[in-house]
Design a binder for this molecule. Structure first.
Ligand code: SF4
Length: 445
């Protein structure tokens, strides 16, 4: 996992999902509905049988993390998430894949409304494969990391071409667009119950603490992966993978881990040392330098805004935006208008026609922070769009594939430019959850 190590799941959540009531408590040791008898549940990695009660007792005595103890905890406290199958059932590969792609770098809370909209609109991989990419990008808008949406489409097409069936093997899954080692392991484990150990930022933290791994990240990753694999049982691999994710999300949080209620407390080396928050060790990060630039909001005839589409490759590829200058660490604002769109035949038009709005729009990408100043200008209704740009009616702006950055720019113009605010007809209302999701996703970037 990168950067944030799936900060998504590092965010603390209730053990039962947003607004969900706790699951009915089963007696300790009771098994999930439909699950095989407990005695048959566990095997060591070498295939030898593991009798839960005796092995749990021995593991506790040896202070080793025990899969059975974690699965018992999971049976009682698993989070209820829309992409998860009920206890004892196998999750659909399409749902697992879709959720895992969306969850990369994004919180569970932010993903849920997007996931539900995608599933309602494209209920199976064939439907998603047949959808135009522009429609997928529009539905994805606000979730960030837009390369994921393009890979999602490419992967759906590849799976549709093989009859709509996802492979159940990690290597074959990794050959598909947008599926890396973590996602391949997660799909193999959760959708196919293959013995695979998906290690995201949450799992990395749990393992680093359990074994008090002193080596710093990212150098420690191979060791942490090996330790995670060594804990994975031969059965209920999908449940075990999700149990690890839930433990990292709900108890073994980055700050103030809830060790008192952790099923692995007795086996946890960092807990015994009394400094779990000191793990995982991290090498100091070199932060990207702030880039700056200008964005140009042009209002035509009080009804339309000038928009263009970004190039098909690179940052925010294929997304919509209002025109901007280049973004650079040595941006010179005094020269910004030289890069303004050519309107009425003159680049930028008369400098006096532009109005510099107060304040800046700040946004953080994974590898650099960005600050944009915003220039605003009105033009007459018949003004043609410069080459490569187009006019979009104010009431249609919501349907554009704007990334979060551009939504911030437009919100800024609405706030700071009275003419724009007056002209802006009430746009299609977004659901509160969509706004909240976009904001949550923004904070991660
Ligand atoms: S005992 Fe504490 S630090 Fe150790 S795995 Fe459990 S929650 Fe994390």
């Amino acid at each position: 996992m990168t950067v944030s190590g799936r900060r998504a799941r590092q965010k603390k959540e209730t053990p039962f999902g947003a607004g969900a009531a706790p699951p009915a408590k089963r007696e300790s040791g009771a098994r999930a509905e439909g699950a095989p008898p407990r005695a048959a549940l566990f095997e060591r990695q070498d295939g030898s049988p593991l009798r839960q009660s005796a092995d749990s007792a021995r593991a506790a005595a040896r202070r080793e993390p025990d899969a059975a103890a974690l699965l018992d905890w999971y049976d009682r406290h698993r989070r209820r998430l829309p992409w998860r199958a009920p206890p004892g059932e196998r999750a659909e590969p399409y749902r697992v894949w879709l959720s895992e792609i969306m969850l990369q770098q994004t919180t569970v809370k932010a993903v849920i409304p997007y996931y539900e909209r995608f599933l309602a609109r494209w209920p199976h991989v064939g439907a998603l494969a047949a959808a135009p990419l522009e429609e997928i990008l529009k539905e994805w808008a606000g979730l960030g990391y837009y390369a994921r949406a393009r890979n999602l489409h490419a992967c759906a097409k590849a799976v549709a071409a093989r009859g709509g069936r996802f492979p159940d093997d990690e290597d074959e899954l990794r050959a598909l667009p947008g599926i890396g080692p973590y996602t391949a392991a997660a799909i193999a484990a959760i959708a196919f119950d293959r013995r695979a150990a998906p290690v995201d930022g949450n799992v990395e933290r749990v393992i680093a603490r359990l074994f008090a791994v002193d080596e710093e990240l990212p150098a420690a990753k191979p060791r942490i992966r090996a330790l995670a694999a060594s804990l994975t049982p031969a059965s209920r691999c999908g449940d075990f993978a999700q149990a690890m994710m839930d433990l990292g999300s709900t108890l073994c949080t980055p700050r103030k881990p809830a060790c008192a209620t952790c099923p692995w407390r007795a086996a946890c080396a960092a807990h015994r040392r009394g400094d779990p928050e000191a793990f995982p060790r991290k090498a100091p990060k070199a932060g990207g330098r702030t880039r700056r630039g200008a964005a140009f909001c042009v209002l035509r005839g009080g009804a339309e805004v000038l928009v263009r589409t970004r190039p098909a490759r690179g940052l925010l590829a294929g997304m919509s935006e209002v025109p901007t200058t280049d973004w650079s660490v040595d941006f010179d604002e005094s020269a910004a208008l030289a890069a303004a769109p050519r309107l009425g035949g003159r680049r930028g038009g008369a400098a006096s026609a532009w109005r510099r709005l107060p304040g800046v729009v700040a946004h953080t990408f994974s590898h650099f922070p960005l600050e944009l100043v915003v220039y605003a200008r009105e033009v007459a209704g018949a003004t043609p769009a410069p080459a490569g740009m187009r006019w979009v009616r104010l009431e249609s702006l919501e349907g554009e594939a704007f990334p979060s950055l551009m939504r911030k720019v437009i919100a800024h113009a609405r706030r700071e430019w009275p003419e724009f605010a007056r002209a802006a007809a009430p746009t299609r209302p977004q659901s509160p959850s969509r706004h909240a999701s976009a904001r949550a996703a923004c904070r991660l970037r």
